[in-house]
Ligand binder design. Structure first.
Ligand code: HEC
Length: 443
């Protein structure tokens, strides 16, 4: 039945649904986390561009409040139950507690030794939990940001966390293929709840109905009874990996997003498919959140969040969505352009305005003193560096890697090992962004 439905929807008209579809535009990178406030008035988005957007759901054209503070990709967002505070977590190993009305940073939760992929909070808003790629589950005071404990036991990155029983219990899911159950007061493990065999990426809990659902690397989506631990349903579609899993606030709908770009909406009463459609022509669906029971908001490889009306959403065709630059056919590019598109374009533009990307625009970079493009917030490492960008310094930057050449820089570790690739990249950059004025290149 499920596969039949998928086939019918796939062959339906290939245009983006006309009525009710909307878009939250403004990010400069893929959207990796989405959350809707309990009152349904706001949505938050976390992006690869390091920013968190706070948008009005009543007026989607309104400019969002940008929450700036992460020094690397933001992965996950959450409104605290009071609706006045919010949490975000990122690749910079931190979570940030925000004032959701003003967008100001209340405090930063520091302690993980790896990226943070997910956050959960207790219904009273007093405790928060984080899923770390360092293998730890972080437990925090959500009012002060203080670390309470780092729960160790998983053998691989932790991908998801969810509180239960008012915050007495905590479930965590990991790439080690297990879901573990922790006693929060004791700060100790109670038991291993699931052994799936493949990494588990996502976790949701419906306590009122007494079940837990998880989504995994192999595409598996299984539902377990919370009391007995027995499997009560399996809504695996066959597409993999599962990257997003969400519940409507009344628990009657579950949304599943996968690496193949589909959104699968399931009614949880009988575990039947309500809708299963291709939401993005290429690339994954990273994040999902329901807006009531009519709409589902998705973060994908595109630089915007899509708002889909569930009843009328139709699959996009391969050719439909405008592909990002880095999805262009590499065969049509020179080696230098290919290097840039693959290794730099996700974080840097070559245009004047720079877009909302994680890194500064590289327009005019030759002859520019490091850390001086107006309007971009650099790390101290770069503003303090006594460096002018030239063929030689750019070559060194990627021969040695930013972590050695500009230690403390927030540009992630990366080297380009082949001399030829660096030379081609630099030639391409010079071609597109212009030669430096001669007097500036001399220090
Ligand atoms: C994942 C994101 C990311 C990628 C990928 C990335 N950068 Fe960066 N880059 C940054 C960030 C963030 C900064 C600012 C660093 C800081 O302030 O410490 C930066 C800074 C720079 C600077 C210094 C600019 C200035 O104004 O001083 C140059 C040059 C640069 N990057 C070139 C590149 C090139 C070339 C590539 C591809 C080979 C690349 N970057 C890939 C994020 C990235």
């Amino acid at each position: 039945m499920r596969s039949l439905l998928a086939v019918i929807i796939l062959s339906a008209t290939p245009a983006v649904a006309d009525s009710g579809y909307a878009r939250l535009d403004g990010h400069g990178g893929p959207v990796k986390g989405v959350a809707v406030s309990a009152d349904g008035k706001h949505v938050m988005t976390a992006s690869f561009d390091n920013s968190v957007g706070l948008w009005s759901l009543q007026d989607e054209s309104k400019e969002p409040i940008w929450l700036e503070g992460h020094e690397a990709a933001a992965n996950s967002v959450l409104f605290l139950p009071d609706g006045r505070r919010a949490l975000s977590a990122g690749d910079d190993y931190t979570a940030i507690l925000w004032d959701a009305a003003t967008g100001s940073n209340i405090t930063t939760l520091e302690g993980h030794q790896g990226k943070i992929l997910d956050i959960s909070a207790t219904p009273d808003g007093k405790l928060a939990a984080t899923a770390g790629w360092d293998g730890a589950v972080g437990l925090w005071n959500a009012e002060t940001g203080e670390s309470i404990a780092m729960l160790k036991g998983h053998r691989a990155p932790v991908q998801a966390v969810r509180f239960a029983k008012g915050g007495k219990l905590l479930y965590s899911a990991s790439s080690d293929g297990t879901v573990r159950l922790w006693d929060v007061a004791e700060k100790s493990i109670k038991r291993i709840e699931v052994k799936h065999g493949f990494g588990i990426n996502r976790l949701v809990i419906n306590e009122a109905s007494g079940w837990l659902a998880y989504g995994a690397l192999d595409g598996g989506v299984r539902i377990l009874d919370l009391e007995s631990g027995k499997e009560i349903a399996d809504v695996t579609s066959g597409r993999q990996p599962v990257l997003a899993l969400t519940l409507s606030s009344d628990g009657t709908l579950m949304g599943i997003g996968d690496g193949e770009g589909y959104i699968h909406v399931v009614a949880t009463d009988e575990w039947r498919t309500i809708r299963d459609f291709r939401a993005t022509a290429r690339g994954p669906v990273w994040a999902l959140a329901f807006d009531g029971n009519e709409r589902v908001i998705a973060g994908t490889i595109q630089d915007h969040a899509d708002i889909w009306p569930i009843a009328t959403a139709k699959s996009v065709a391969e050719s439909d969505a405008a592909p990002r630059d880095f999805l262009r056919d590499p065969a049509t590019m020179t080696n230098g352009e290919r290097q840039f598109t693959r290794k730099c374009s996700i974080c840097h533009t070559l245009t004047e305005d720079g877009g909302r990307r994680a890194g500064p625009s590289l327009m005019g970079v030759f002859g520019r003193r490091a850390g001086t493009l107006p309007g971009y917030t650099y790390s101290d490492a770069l503003t303090g560096a006594d460096l002018v960008w030239s063929d030689e310094t750019l070559d060194k930057l990627f021969d040695l890697g930013p972590e050695h050449y500009t230690p403390g820089s927030k540009m992630p570790m990366q080297r380009i090992v082949r001399d030829e690739d660096r030379a081609d990249l630099i030639a391409y950059l010079k071609d597109v962004t212009g030669e430096a004025p001669a007097q500036e290149i001399k220090k």
